[in-house]
Design a protein around this ligand. Structure first.
Ligand code: EPZ
Length: 436
């Protein structure tokens, strides 16, 4: 078995064994100390897909060791690339990409697999990608991705659960998204960098991960203007060269740690994070009574004795991020007063509510609106993780709860948080991982 597939198999084995892991947390401690944030999952995944656009050996630094990164690595290796991780560096050799199919068994475990669609059509003129299907938080269609590719001249057919896209040569086009879509913007940007002529993406997603992908593509020789704004302009070029890029810090991991500092009344210095990527979150947490001070390359967060209730609605960046909704809700369960949280991005992102209720939280939901009445304290309980950010919210709640909490199906957490329990133990948390 080729070396890189062998090491992917090893990491897969590690993740497969983690399927039955659970975390046991004894809450009530104020977490203190400093922690370093890992690279961003949602920046690393599209940039790994972007390496398909250029033959040669790419080096991507500050890549987190996550289940989803391993899955994306396996998918890219499946297409003919070489892939391996050395510490937090990903080395990808995309000299001979022959296969253009992203199979169901990979795509069904990670929706972000759809990010190979644009690069494969741009590089090979064709792609066959399994439709991602829904997930715990919603239907998550990809109609806007496909609309953009069709406007660029691709023919799109659906066959037995697969999207088949073909284009001799993509042409630049003016594309306007009905709503900002992060991976939709990323897919079209990657398709456009090798297209003939100019592409305009209106109502583009403005997330920092979109900007990081654009920076990586520009380092490969792409011509992109306006990433991070609502209008992105891409001038196609004939060829790209391999990238050397460092992934931005994970703003959602940083936000999750801010939430932990807030709910435990702790005092945490968060290193290697970008506070400017978290304005909406930091402003909301200030309203809840947290105090923030600048730190050398990050931020210091101090939680109050008791949080004040705040309300919000999730919005595309720079609004309050949907990926922080569950973590804020956990904080509001023990805040002083009532809070209303509206989930405007996904139709089913309250899977954590039932679990928080098991801890004594007072939450009522009406469609996509949750009302949380703060209680004095939550009680530890046996819980089940359901999706990535829901499992993070259960950890946030458990760290402040009285007594012991067990969180099962912790593989959801392993998809997006690198060594979280190690980081929390270093901050004084009483948390252990057990194999069932
Ligand atoms: C990205 O998902 C992130 N994933 C998500 O993070 C994040 O929650 C989401 O953006 C926030 O918008 C990655 O970057 C890998 P969207 P994405 O397309 O791109 C609708 C996490 O926890 N839509 O921006 O799939 C869609 O249903 C994950 O790390 C269409 O209708 O989300 C949703 O309501 C979870 N048609 C809205 O747009 C389309 O073709 C925004 O979705 C595409 C999207």
């Amino acid at each position: 078995m080729p070396n890189q597939l062998f090491c992917i198999r090893i990491t897969d084995q590690i993740y497969l064994e983690a399927e039955l892991d659970k975390l046991v947390i004894r809450g009530g401690k104020r977490l203190k100390g400093s922690v370093t944030i890992s690279g961003s999952k949602n920046a690393a995944l599209p940039i790994m897909a972007a390496t398909l656009l250029a033959p040669g050996e790419h080096l991507l630094s500050n890549v987190p060791h996550l289940r989803d990164v391993s899955t994306m690595g396996r998918l890219i290796a499946n297409l003919g690339a070489g892939f391996h991780l050395e510490n937090n560096n990903a080395i990808l050799d995309c000299s001979s990409i022959k296969n253009f199919e992203a199979p169901y068994d990979l795509v069904s475990t990670m929706r972000a697999s759809v990010l190979v669609l644009g690069p494969l059509v741009a590089r090979l003129g064709r792609a066959k990608v399994s439709l991602p299907g829904g997930c715990a938080i919603g239907a998550r269609p990809i109609n806007l991705h496909l609309m953009g590719l069709e406007k660029m001249g691709a023919t799109i057919t659906l066959d037995s659960g697969y999207v088949i896209a073909r284009a001799k040569k993509l042409k630049g086009a003016a594309i306007c998204f009905d709503m900002p879509t992060v991976t939709g913007t990323e897919n079209i940007m990657m398709a456009a960098v090798l297209a003939e002529g100019k592409t305009l993406i209106e109502n583009a997603a403005r997330e920092p991960e979109v900007v990081d992908l654009a920076d990586a593509l520009i380092s490969m020789g792409a011509r992109i203007k306006g990433a991070g704004e609502g209008l992105i302009e891409i001038e196609g070029v004939s060829a790209l060269t391999p990238l050397r890029h460092t992934v931005i810090p994970d703003r959602i991991e940083a936000g999750t740690l801010l939430a932990i500092a807030g709910i435990t009344g702790g005092d945490i210095v968060i290193n290697a994070c970008r506070p400017d990527h978290l304005d909406a979150v930091i402003n909301k947490l200030k309203d809840a009574g947290m105090v923030f001070r600048p730190a050398v390359n990050g931020i210091r967060a101090t939680g109050p004795r008791r949080l004040a209730a705040v309300s919000t609605m999730t919005m595309p960046y720079p609004g309050f991020p949907t990926d922080m909704q569950a973590q804020l809700m956990a904080m509001m369960c023990v805040a002083e007063g009532a809070s209303v949280i509206s989930e405007k991005i996904f139709e089913n992102r309250f899977m954590h509510v039932a679990e928080l209720r098991r801890m004594g939280a007072d939450i009522t939901t009406e469609g996509r609106i949750a009302t949380i009445r703060g209680v004095r304290a939550l009680k530890g309980a046996p819980l089940m993780a359901t999706d990535l950010r829901a499992s993070a919210s259960l950890i946030v709640a458990a760290l402040a709860a009285e007594g012991e909490t067990t969180v099962k199906r912790i593989y959801h957490l392993d998809r997006g948080y690198e060594k979280l329990e190690e980081k929390l133990i270093a901050l004084g948390a009483d948390i252990s991982r057990y194999k069932e």
